[in-house]
Design a protein around this ligand. Sequence first.
Ligand code: PEP
Ligand code: MN
Length: 365
Amino acid sequence: MKLDLTITPIPNHLENSRWPVQIAGPCSAESEEQMLDTAQQLKKMNRVSYFRAGVWKPRTRPGAFEGVGEVGLKWLQMVKKETGLHTACEVATTEHVELALKYGVDLLWVGARTSVNPFSVQDIADALRGSQICVLVKNPVNPDLQLWIGALERLNRAGITQLAAIHRGFSGFEKTPFRNAPMWSIAIELRAICPNLPIICDPSHIAGIADLVPLVAQKALDIDMAGLMVEVHNNPGIAKSDAQQQLTPSAYTQMIADLCLREISPTQQEARNELEEYRRDIDNLDDIVLQKLGQRMDIARKIGNYKKNNNLMALQLNRWEQLIRHRQQMGKAMGINPEFIKKFFELVHEESINIQTEIMNGIGK
Ligand code: PEP
Ligand code: MN
């Protein structure tokens, strides 16, 4: 399948930047001071094109901070006036669209909880008809590529050509080290279907914690994504939403300085450092090892509950001896040092027994 969308590039408003477009700013607009201070620090980098801030926040449970509303749009206007940064906010209803257009927001995005709903997306597209504005569509929370494409198509048919997708990861049942499983293959498939559509990565909502954001951002650049949207707050510790995943402006600056922008032309690609390739392979394998260890510990919890209900001992010595023997034999067949295998599984087993005994004694769950 190929989809022919009419696309015009999203301007980066920078002079001669060959860098992917950078959209940065807090998860939520909270106060005039927070907005201006964050924006001024970001402006100093001379690399950020759009200052983002959520003004209406889709929250899982009622009663959580639902955004400041219209006044946040005034703060975005002020940020633009004071720093020259272009501005971006999320829209989820026709009323949001009307207000964002009224206040001259430069770029809008449709959130992951909205892009799941074709009725809402169509309403937004209809409200945007006739306006020249950049619109980004986040992937729906569930890993449904057709739904994502459908939302992009609805906006394109309403005349929005400064259009891009945002990859922010997917909710799932499998445990992963991330808040939202990246499932990179879905974003890659989207690019294969719509080759001219820019895809921007949102490493913040994929990672879920600040420490993992750079790693996800690097991966996005490694697969040639067209930009990054990153949550940056002048004081993440007191943020009213997504506190754990927001970077300080200085951490963001450091991340951008550390990111490696790789070459795409074949000759340079051939010359690419072999060691870096190996390291990326190692990183991918470690992701899998961590995911599998998480699943193994989940099963240890189930075993703990079973043993508790059946009044069985946590440690079953013969099972343990047999397990180590088998793992060592398998490791040996794969050329892995049996002493290492023994140490590794002793550690894994010890943790597993800890989990089980905590459950059996009513401490863990
Ligand atoms: C956000 O960008 O703050 C947001 C609400 O994101 P998402 O729609 O990806 O959850
Ligand atoms: Mn957020």
